[in-house]
Design a protein around this ligand. Structure first.
Ligand code: UT7
Length: 331
């Protein structure tokens, strides 16, 4: 049986570290509030002039190096982001050009914090049907240009950071490793619980002077609703993925959960009875990097030497849309 294995992985965060204290100088917040509500201590912000695809390019270079591959070895690019360089065309096209290649297909996935899982599922399907062999899957975000650093936006601005992660998926005939099972969900009723309507095509013009002066250019979040649904959906999808794939909780080496809020992840771990040390985190250092969060954490775990061939990992994500999902991966 053909399965999609991770042949190479890489990640990149911009060098500028922004601590909770740094944010306290911009708005009414505090290190104590941010840490106790979210677990985040600092995040990275890209400098002015840096695009989402620039962060992605660094992550891709590392993934190609890990796979011992050249850009010309790739057959397809999937790019997950909610902070594309421009509204159109998609980031995968920009990235392709920056990689110095042309011709291969490029697809952008707009599924926010679950974007990487959706992208992985699409890549896995292309590989298993034999349509493509080597697929680059990227999650990358530059949030720091699109957050309101006044008191009005403090509930959102303290949570998010910039970063990128990339994997190269390739087919393996030895069917016991790779993506074993994926489950994807969404509930569009909650689209406006976490959204940004800067590009509202019903406004004519969509972004006139009045709109620019108003708060439509900033992301908005009903934090309590997002929190509640995240806990419920992550528990559900964890239990469903294990049941449908016949895996026991004790078979899982690590859960690689989306990095939005430590309290969310602790509640999920407690409810499903997974020891906290199996639930990995790096949000303390990077905040919520949305589509980059899973590949960034996976890459750090791999580079820290914590993964051995054959380890069973469960990737979990929940975010705006609402969208959520789980993917079982045998390393
Ligand atoms: O991938 C999905 C992405 N999003 C999430 O995962 C977010 C999920 N939600 C959350 O993480 C939490 O709801 C937050 C961390 C956003 C907020 O925590 P909370 O315990 O739900 O706080 P709250 O919204 O009830 O706010 C409590 C107080 C409010 O003041 P009052 O009304 O009690 O006077 C807020 O105005 O905290 C205030 N507040 C802040 N204070 C200091 C809101 N943001 C801040 C801030 N610093 N940054």
């Amino acid at each position: 049986m053909v399965r999609s294995v991770v042949r190479g992985i890489g990640s990149y965060v911009p060098p500028k570290v922004v601590s909770n204290e740094d944010l306290s100088a911009l708005m009414s917040t505090s290190d104590e509030w941010i840490r106790s509500r979210s677990g985040i201590r600092e995040r990275r912000f890209a400098e002015e002039g840096v695009y989402c695809t620039d962060l992605a390019l660094e992550a891709v270079r590392r993934a190609l190096g890990d796979a011992d591959m050249e850009p010309s070895d790739l057959d397809f690019i999937i790019f997950a982001t909610l902070s594309p360089d421009h509204h159109f065309p998609g980031n995968a096209c920009y990235l392709q050009a920056k990689m110095g290649i042309s011709d291969i297909g490029c697809l952008d996935v707009r599924n926010q914090c679950t974007g990487f899982l959706y992208s992985l599922a699409v890549a896995d399907s292309f590989i298993r049907t034999g349509m493509y062999r080597n697929i680059l899957v990227v999650g990358s975000e530059v949030h720091s240009s699109a957050m309101d650093f006044s008191d009005r936006g403090r509930d959102v601005a303290v949570l998010f950071g910039d970063g990128a992660g990339a994997v190269i998926l390739s087919p393996s005939e030895n069917g016991d490793r790779g993506v074993l099972y994926t489950e994807l969900h969404a509930d569009g009723q909650y689209a406006r619980a976490l959204y940004m309507d800067v590009w509202d095509i019903s406004r004519k013009p969509f972004l006139g002077p009045e709109a620019v002066q108003s708060d439509v250019i900033w992301p908005k979040m009903d934090g309590k609703t997002v929190f509640k649904h995240a806990v419920i959906r992550l528990i559900q999808v964890f239990q469903s993925a294990l049941k449908k794939s016949g895996v026991r909780p004790e078979d899982i080496k690590y859960v690689i959960p989306h990095q939005a809020n430590m309290r969310i992840n602790h509640l999920v771990a407690e409810k499903i009875g997974i020891p906290p040390e199996k639930f990995l985190h790096n949000m303390q250092k990077y905040g919520n990097t949305t589509a980059a969060s899973l590949p960034l954490l996976l890459d750090e775990t791999y580079r820290a030497g914590k993964l051995e061939k054959g380890d069973l990992l469960l990737l979990l994500a929940f975010g705006s849309g609402f969208t959520w999902g789980a993917s079982l991966l045998r390393w």
